[in-house]
Design a protein around this ligand. Structure first.
Ligand SMILES: NC(=O)c1ccc[n+]([C@@H]2O[C@H](COP(=O)([O-])OP(=O)(O)OC[C@H]3O[C@@H](n4cnc5c(N)ncnc54)[C@H](OP(=O)(O)O)[C@@H]3O)[C@@H](O)[C@H]2O)c1
Length: 239
């Protein structure tokens, strides 16, 4: 029997919710990690772990909970999708709180690297793919998004670095994914921000008005199909 497992962070809503549905429907056993849970039920959704991924000091506890649900020996393929992310406060650096800077970095950067480390160690000889959900903000500055830009850029470079570190490991691949602008709560938050805090707000309001935001289900399906393509580990894939 070929058992495939997907561990998806931020599976309660937005893109993560669509990823959970997509991987369940494609026959993966799925574990979702987020603070709240959705009402989605599926025989392949084997666990929903309620956990605040910015609480880095409790990651040993998270690891224990995660592996209570996983029997490593029977799994032939594991996909980790580091999807949970936040813009943090949309404010200039000088107006932001140190607490918010810290929690944003922990959720967007420390947590994906820590989870990748856990999975790499636990699944040494199992086909493993890590997808780090990135953003166009990894590549260019957005006024008011210093933490978001920094963490997404940092994660993309860490992705390249880990790919080099694991070059000799033929069972491991890692990618950044730039998904485009998706119709989720994150976009609602952007449109509700103040123009003085976020200079590009009009563009995002316009995109919504013109119905140009991507549907999360369509983005999730595109991400799913990446496993059938041949990409060099470490690269950023723009959907
Ligand atoms: N939407 C876009 O246009 C867009 C564009 C480019 C990249 N992205 C990236 O795509 C990913 C998903 O974004 P989205 O638009 O789907 O955002 P979203 O609708 O705001 O959903 C974010 C998800 O992350 C989870 N999350 C937030 N804080 C968490 C925490 N402290 N611990 C655990 N889980 C947490 C949320 O669950 P809980 O609240 O239940 O914890 C939720 O499931 C993010 O990495 C984002 O940066 C989005």
């Amino acid at each position: 029997m070929h058992v495939k497992l997907a561990i998806i962070t931020g599976g309660s809503k937005g893109l993560g919710f669509s990823l959970v549905k997509t991987y369940c429907n494609h026959g993966f056993q799925v574990i979702s990690i987020s603070r709240s849970s959705s009402t989605f039920k599926h025989p392949n959704l084997i666990a929903t772990i309620a956990f605040d991924l910015s609480r880095i000091d409790f990651f040993k506890e998270l690891e224990k909970q995660l592996f209570n649900h996983i029997s490593i020996k029977v799994i032939n393929e594991v996909i980790l999708i580091n999807n949970a992310g936040t813009l943090g406060n949309i404010k200039t650096n000088e107006n932001n709180s140190i607490k918010n800077i810290d929690t944003t970095i922990k959720l967007n950067l420390t947590a994906p690297l820590a989870l990748t480390s856990i999975i790499t160690n636990r699944f040494k000889n199992t086909k493993t793919i890590v997808y780090n959900i990135s953003s166009g903000a990894a590549l260019k500055p957005y006024f008011g998004w210093a933490n978001y830009c920094a963490t997404k850029a940092g994660l993309a470079l860490a992705t390249k670095t880990i790919a080099i570190e694991q070059e000799k490991n033929s069972t491991f691949e890692i990618f950044s994914i730039i998904p485009g602008i998706i119709d989720t709560e994150m976009q609602t938050k952007i449109r509700k921000s103040n123009k003085s805090d976020f200079k590009q707000i009009e563009r995002f309001i316009q995109l919504k008005k013109e119905n140009l935001l991507l549907a999360p289900d369509a983005v999730a399906e595109k991400i799913y199909t990446i496993r059938y393509e041949k990409y060099k580990s470490g690269i950023s894939i723009t959907l």
